[in-house]
Write a protein that binds this ligand. Structure first.
Ligand code: ADP
Ligand code: MG
Length: 323
């Protein structure tokens, strides 16, 4: 059934925006800035055939379009409040839109985010989401605060999403059970909002590792003017992954897989106990994987070492659309 642009907006993208002064339906939305609060703003553009398969489950697409933005807010230590959604779809397919909207709205509700506006047009499938979050003034987590001596931490288990991608490309073989267990990591990632908020005042720098651990840690080093040493054996991944895959495949998935939406952060050594408490409260493993060191001329920004402290050479460090 074909729907008009206005029916699409009304049926699938209009909800009561409790936290906005004015939501969907006018020329623009209105939100009220509060004293002592910084706004954290992020946007991500997902293009069909590039960031997801055009025939992917629309519920997954809706979830992920919002999740990748929430992950950026998490990395800033923000509490997400409002989202806008600009959507280009090739045709007004009510079933597709209903599933897409369900995936998007469920995740939005779970995090108390109101969809307050957007744009809807016919065109090649593309989704642009913007999220605005709040953080107490001056307390956002940034990329530029890492200092030599900091520990480097990572949340959750990493490499899972990259493995599913590698399997889809025929580069590694996964059993049906492994696929079933790992696929949600790629299609329905959990943004680490609670963690980001809990790390305010504890982490000195943070980033979400959507492009691969080494590449993203490299961004922290770049912005902070430091270098990092990461121990491969400490990087948390599932036992099944280590058992079933070649060491080279595990290494690639861990270091350069991308799409994991976990947080990497740095903190002073003295924060180890508080971080262990955050981990228990968030019910999320937080693992110390390395340390921040001063930059040295000619040395890589991120060095990955084996058990004996020997530096590994990395062929692939992350995802780059223009690389
Ligand atoms: P305008 O032509 O002034 O841009 P539109 O007709 O595009 O207005 O949009 C009407 C209202 O619907 C606006 O409040 C807009 O923010 C909202 N809107 C449009 N598309 C979406 C969408 N996909 N999700 C949420 N809100 C939307
Ligand atoms: Mg418009």
């Amino acid at each position: 059934m074909a729907l008009s642009e206005f029916e699409i907006i009304r049926r699938f993208f209009t909800s009561r925006a409790r936290s906005a002064v004015l939501g969907v339906g006018d020329d623009a939305a209105i939100v009220r800035a509060r004293r002592g609060i910084d706004l954290v703003v992020t946007t991500d553009l997902l293009v069909g055939g590039r960031h997801f398969r055009r025939n992917a489950d629309p519920r997954h697409i809706g979830h992920k379009a919002l999740a990748v933005n929430l992950s950026d807010i998490a990395a800033m230590g923000g509490k997400p409040r409002w989202a806008t959604l600009a959507l280009a779809v090739p045709r007004s397919d009510a079933r597709w839109l209903a599933a897409f909207s369900r995936g998007f709205m469920r995740l939005a509700r779970r995090h108390g985010v109101d969809l307050i506006g957007g744009d809807t047009t016919r065109g090649p499938l593309a989704i642009c989401v913007q999220v605005i979050g709040e953080v107490p003034a001056g307390r956002a987590l940034r990329r530029d605060g890492a200092r030599p001596g900091d520990d480097v931490w990572v949340s959750g288990q990493i490499g899972g999403a990259g493995l599913v991608l590698a399997a889809a490309a025929g580069k590694v073989a996964l059993s049906a059970r492994q696929r079933a267990r790992l696929e949600p990591r790629l299609h329905l990632p959990t943004p680490r909002i609670g963690l980001g908020i809990a790390l305010r005042g504890i982490a000195r720098s943070a980033i979400d590792i959507s492009d691969g651990l080494v590449a993203d840690l490299g961004h922290v080093c770049e912005r902070s003017g430091v270098a990092a040493v990461v121990e491969l054996a400490r990087i948390p991944c599932s036992g099944a992954m280590r058992r079933h895959l070649s060491r080279a495949a595990v290494r690639t998935a861990l270091l350069a897989g991308g799409d994991d939406y976990e947080l990497a952060f740095t903190a002073r050594r003295g924060e180890r106990e508080r971080i262990a408490r955050v981990s228990r409260r968030q019910r999320l493993p937080l693992t110390r994987i390395g340390r921040i060191v001063p930059t040295r001329r000619g040395a890589a920004q991120v060095t990955v070492v084996d058990r004996d402290g020997r530096a590994l050479t990395l062929k692939q460090t992350g995802f780059d659309h223009f690389g």
